[in-house]
Write a protein that binds this ligand. Structure first.
Ligand code: 3AM
Length: 174
């Protein structure tokens, strides 16, 4: 099964910084370097042309910074640890642009609140507590990094979890 999403790929030094903080949560499945991304909008199973049209939005480059960590849960059960990214507003604006383009193409609008983040680990039910990790990295930060492209990714399931393959890059040229 192939699913599409639009994301930002953090630069190498930021990926290395994130890889270096990973660890210390028993049973967590930490993301590989290849998997690290900041999702702008999950698209799902649509034809490639529709996704490509939606990703062709006019937007300026973004200057971003890592900002703390958090956790997602489903019905009270933690399922992911993530790194926050700031400033949120330009990311949310880009999310809305891509969302609006998808709606114009006939897709349903995103109904979930958008929280910009980079997933660091997936947690199965058997994973140990992440409180210590979150406390240790509550002040996670980084130098400012510039993002000049959006990437259309295809997600498929491999043996070791999701495989995210970049299929197209779009320049953020303002
Ligand atoms: O960027 P992260 O890792 O937080 O969880 C999926 C992953 O999020 C999410 O899209 C990203 C790339 O797969 N995702 C998967 N299915 C989704 C759905 N139906 C979804 N997001 C929203 N709705």
């Amino acid at each position: 099964m192939h699913r599409l999403f639009v994301a930002l790929r953090p630069p190498r030094e930021i990926r290395e910084h994130l890889l270096a903080v990973m660890g210390g949560v028993p049973g967590a499945r930490w993301q590989d370097e290849d998997q690290l991304h900041l999702t702008l909008r999950f698209i799902g199973e649509v034809d490639r042309r529709t996704a490509e049209d939606a990703a062709t939005v006019h937007a300026a480059p973004l200057d971003l910074q890592l900002a703390g960590c958090g956790m997602f849960d489903t019905r009270g059960k933690p399922n992911a640890i993530w790194a926050g990214v700031t400033p949120r507003e330009p990311l949310a604006a880009l999310h809305r642009k891509v969302d609006q383009a998808l709606v114009r193409a006939g897709l349903e609008p995103e109904r979930r609140a958008y929280l910009p983040h980079i997933t660091l680990a997936r947690l199965a039910g058997s994973a140990g507590p992440a409180d210590r990790f979150l406390a240790d990295h509550a002040a996670l930060t980084s130098p400012v990094f510039r993002i000049q492209h959006m990437t259309l990714y295809e997600s498929s399931l491999g043996h070791g979890g999701a495989i995210y393959e970049p299929v197209e890059r779009y320049a953020l040229t303002g």
